[in-house]
Design a protein around this ligand. Structure first.
Ligand SMILES: Cc1cc2nc3c(=O)[nH]c(=O)nc-3n(C[C@H](O)[C@H](O)[C@H](O)COP(=O)(O)OP(=O)(O)OC[C@H]3O[C@@H](n4cnc5c(N)ncnc54)[C@H](O)[C@@H]3O)c2cc1C
Length: 385
C-alpha cells in the first residue's frame, strides 16, 4: 500500500493552494511527501461563473503566480433591486475565466513546483486505521498521516467521516451560457457584470448574474441564479425565478441546457476538522452573500498549510487549533461577516430593510467595502517561518 505524509483529496483551487502554500512556507520535504488525488483529468469541467476577484489574484500573486488564461476583465459591476440600480466602477474588479482552463494552468504550476498529482483517481472510501487515514480509491488503497478534504461541496471525505450532519448548509446554483454579439452587448462593450437581486421577492436568497464570458474563443453570457439558502424556512423556485429573469433579458430558458451544482456556505458553528483531517474550500464552506468561492478556496489553503506545518513539526495531528485559527484569521472574519450579511439581506420579508438600506446607501457603501478589501488583500498570504 502506498504511504504518504499528506494526501489532498481534490485538485481544485483549495487543494492546489494548500500544496502551493506549503511550498511558500518552505515546507519542501512535506511537499515531496504530499499527493493530490483528483477524480477528473485536467482540463476538467467545473460549473462556475468564472468570476476571479482581485482577492483571488492577490492571493495567487503572493504565491508567486499569475494564472494567465483567456479572460474578460470587468471594470464595472451593476447591482439591481426593486426597480433601482447603481453601478460601481473600478478597473479590474474581477476577470471572467473558464474554470477548466484556470484550474488546469494552476495544477500545471503546482506540478512544476514539485507537487505530485494523480488525476483520474477518485476517493471512494475513507477510514481511520492504526493511527493513520486509509483512503480507498478506484485505483487501489493509500495510507496518509494527514488528509485535506478539498473535494468540493459534495465532498466524499465529509460524507465518509460523518461531517454531514444537518443542517446541510448548501446553496443552489443554476447556470446557462447564451451566445451574444459582443459589438451590441453592453456587458462586452462596457466590461460590465450584473448582480440582479430582484428574485429576492420570489423567495430566492441571492441573485441572478450576467457575466460576459469566453468559451473556445466565442463570446457568451454566463448567466445563472444563486440561492444561498441561509434561511432554511424560505424556499423559492429556482427554475421559475431564473425563467422570469431570462424573459426580461429576451431569452427563453427552454432553449438552453441547464446546469446545476451546489456550494457549501460558511457557518462559524460548523465543524472544520477532525483528528488527521482538515476541510478547506467548498468542503468547509464559502461566501453565502455572493457565492464567491474561488478566492476563499485559495485562501483556505494558506490557513491549512500553516496548520499542517505545525502538526508535522510537533507530530500532533489532532488539529484542535484549526477552528480557532480559521475563525480568527482575516479569511474567517470576512466569511463570518458575509454570513451575517447574507442572513440579514436574505431574511424573511419583514427584515428586508437591510437590503433596502444597502440600496439607499448604494454606491458609497460598496466602494467603502471594496477599499477595505483591497487593504485586507495585503495581509492574505502565509508568511515564511
Ligand atoms: C454555478 C456556480 C457558479 C459559481 N461562480 C463563481 C464565481 O463566479 N466566482 C467565484 O469566486 N466562485 C464561484 N462559484 C464557487 C466556486 O466555483 C467554488 O467555491 C470553488 O470552485 C471551490 O473550490 P474548491 O477547490 O473548494 O472545490 P472545487 O473547485 O469543486 O474542486 C474540488 C475538486 O475535487 C475533485 N473531487 C471531488 N470529489 C472527489 C473524489 N471523491 N476524489 C478525488 N477528487 C474529487 C473535483 O473533481 C474537483 O476538481 C460558483 C459555483 C457554482 C456552482
Amino acid at each position: 500500500m502506498d504511504q504518504y505524509d499528506l494526501v489532498i483529496v481534490g485538485g481544485g483551487p483549495a487543494g492546489l493552494s494548500t500544496a502551493l502554500s506549503l511550498e511558500r512556507l518552505a515546507q519542501r520535504r512535506l511537499l515531496e511527501r504530499t499527493l493530490v488525488l483528483e477524480r477528473e483529468t485536467y482540463p476538467r469541467v467545473k460549473l462556475c461563473g468564472g468570476g476571479v476577484t482581485r482577492a483571488a489574484d492577490a492571493y495567487l500573486a503572493r504565491l508567486g503566480l499569475h494564472i494567465d488564461v483567456p479572460s474578460i476583465p470587468i471594470h464595472a459591476v451593476r447591482f439591481q433591486y426593486a426597480g433601482r440600480s447603481f453601478t460601481v466602477h473600478s478597473p479590474n474588479l474581477l476577470r471572467v475565466v473558464r474554470r477548466e482552463e484556470f484550474d488546469a494552468v494552476l495544477a500545471d504550476a503546482a506540478q512544476q513546483r514539485g507537487l505530485q498529482i494523480k488525476a483520474g483517481v477518485a476517493v471512494t472510501g475513507v477510514r481511520r486505521h492504526n493511527g493513520a487515514i486509509k483512503l480507498e480509491t478506484n485505483q487501489g488503497t493509500l495510507r496518509a498521516r494527514a488528509v485535506v478534504a478539498a473535494d468540493g461541496a459534495n465532498s466524499t471525505v465529509r460524507q465518509k467521516l460523518g461531517f454531514n450532519q444537518p443542517p446541510h448548509r448548501l446553496s443552489r446554483l443554476i447556470e446557462i451560457l447564451t451566445p451574444e454579439d459582443p459589438a451590441t452587448t453592453p456587458a462586452f462593450t462596457d466590461h460590465l457584470a450584473v448582480f440582479d437581486l430582484n428574485c429576492v421577492s420570489q423567495g430566492i436568497q441571492g441573485y441572478v448574474w450576467d457575466f460576459p464570458s469566453l468559451l473556445n474563443g466565442q463570446v457568451y453570457m454566463n448567466r445563472g441564479i444563486f440561492d444561498s439558502r441561509v434561511h432554511a424556512q424560505i424556499r423559492g423556485n429556482l427554475r421559475q425565478a431564473l425563467d422570469k429573469a431570462l424573459q426580461a433579458r429576451g431569452c427563453e430558458l427552454g432553449n438552453y441546457s441547464l446546469m446545476g451544482h451546489p456550494e457549501r456556505w460558511f457557518d462559524p458553528s460548523a465543524s472544520f476538522a477532525a483528528p488527521r483531517v482538515l476541510l478547506v474550500g467548498d468542503a468547509a464552506g464559502v461566501d453565502p452573500l455572493f457565492g464567491e468561492g474561488i478566492s476563499y478556496a485559495l485562501r483556505y489553503g494558506g490557513i491549512a498549510a500553516q496548520e499542517l506545518t505545525t502538526a508535522f513539526v510537533h507530530d500532533d495531528f489532532s488539529f484542535r487549533g484549526y477552528r480557532q485559527h480559521l475563525l480568527h484569521s482575516p479569511l474567517g472574519r470576512e466569511l463570518i461577516l458575509r454570513t451575517h450579511l447574507a442572513r440579514l439581506a436574505y431574511g424573511p420579508f419583514r427584515h428586508r430593510w437591510a437590503l433596502r438600506l444597502c440600496w439607499a446607501l448604494g454606491e458609497g457603501l460598496v466602494n467603502c467595502y471594496l477599499n477595505w478589501r483591497v487593504r485586507q488583500q495585503r495581509t492574505l498570504a502565509p508568511q515564511r517561518q
